[in-house]
Design a protein around this ligand. Structure first.
Ligand code: NHX
Ligand code: ZN
Length: 292
């Protein structure tokens, strides 16, 4: 057989998701507050089957609280479950664990808030779910299919924000940031090797898709560049990530009081919306960033 075609699960776009939601909600009773276009907007990456599952989970949650109709809050809770996994209620965390998680998530959220062009923070939670002890969710305002370099740099800054907050507050780092580091490194590698976004290296593609061996969703890459170039590539990738770390450090120390305020409310409420976060920040007297 031929293995040289990339197999991509076709995920629906915004309009597709709304259409799918309309189909699957035909047989359930929706509350007056339910707006399927808002649900579609906040479920990027979900396939048709996931959306069907989302409707079923929402119906289950509504039934569990003895409601005759599904309301928006049921969809919001079901979305967390479908997108991030089950809540892990049995997980016992010490107050110190919780504090680290709260600052880590507050760090992501605050860097996102202060990063131009970043997707707005939708929700921050320190309730363990699936593999994660805490989650900061951002949702794009408009659906995009192509992203500027500035946006990708901002994403790496935000990914570093969690670990940088741990460093700033506890003078230590933790294993939990491993996933953030992995995602950040992968973005930086693509910026350098696929998207021509390193000025030092220019618009070249490094690595050629291995067309013989099928390794799941991503193909393995064949090295088609020199040892010398390999050293420069590695250097550029780490430069992107280290610069992001500096950017995040600066935002967090410039706005340390905002970080403390978000973490404090998070520890108390466990989950806060993006709007709540913005009112916490904007309710705090303006701080003037320190001079360089
Ligand atoms: C563990 N989990 O022992 C525990 C349960 C730093 C406060 N493995 O970065 O939860 O340490 O901003 C997808 C998504 C592994 C896959 C998250 C695989 C997380 C999540 C490790 C928060 N939020 N880390 C984060 C976290 C962990 C992990 C993942 C994943 C923490 C951090 C996980
Ligand atoms: Zn994180």
């Amino acid at each position: 057989g031929r293995f040289d075609r990339q197999i991509v699960v076709d995920v629906p776009d915004l309009n597709g998701r709304e259409a799918i939601l309309k189909i699957h909600t035909r047989k359930v009773r929706l509350g007056k507050d339910v707006d399927l276009s808002i649900i579609a907007k906040s479920t990027p990456g979900l396939a048709g089957a996931d959306l069907e599952n989302l409707v079923n989970e929402s119906a289950l949650l509504a039934a569990r609280s003895n409601k005759k109709t599904i309301s928006m809050i049921d969809f919001e809770n079901a979305k967390d479950k479908v997108m991030m996994g089950n809540e892990r209620k049995s997980m016992i965390l010490t107050p110190q664990d919780k504090k680290v998680i709260a600052y880590h998530e507050a760090g992501h959220a605050l860097v996102a808030y202060h990063t131009k062009g970043a997707d707005p923070v939708h929700k921050i939670t320190i309730i363990p779910r699936g593999q994660a002890l805490g989650i900061t969710a951002q949702i794009p305002e408009v659906e995009r299919f192509n992203y500027p370099k500035s946006y990708m740099l901002g994403r790496i800054d935000i990914l570093m924000g969690g670990r940088c907050a741990e460093k700033l507050i506890f003078n230590d780092t933790s294993t939990g940031a491993g996933n953030d580091i992995e995602v950040a490194t992968n973005i930086a590698r693509k910026m350098v090797c696929d998207w021509g976004m390193s000025d030092k290296i220019g618009p070249l593609k490094f690595g050629k898709k291995d067309e013989e061996v099928f390794l799941g969703r991503d193909y393995s890459q064949q090295k088609n560049y020199s040892e010398e170039k390999s050293i420069i590539i590695d250097h550029e990738i780490s430069a992107f990530v280290k610069k992001a770390e500096l950017n995040a450090d600066k935002i967090l120390s410039d706005y340390r009081h905002q970080l403390d305020d978000i973490a404090k409310v998070l520890l108390d409420k466990e989950t806060i919306s993006g709007d709540e976060m913005r009112s916490i920040i904007e309710g705090v007297a303006e701080e003037t960033p320190k001079e360089e």
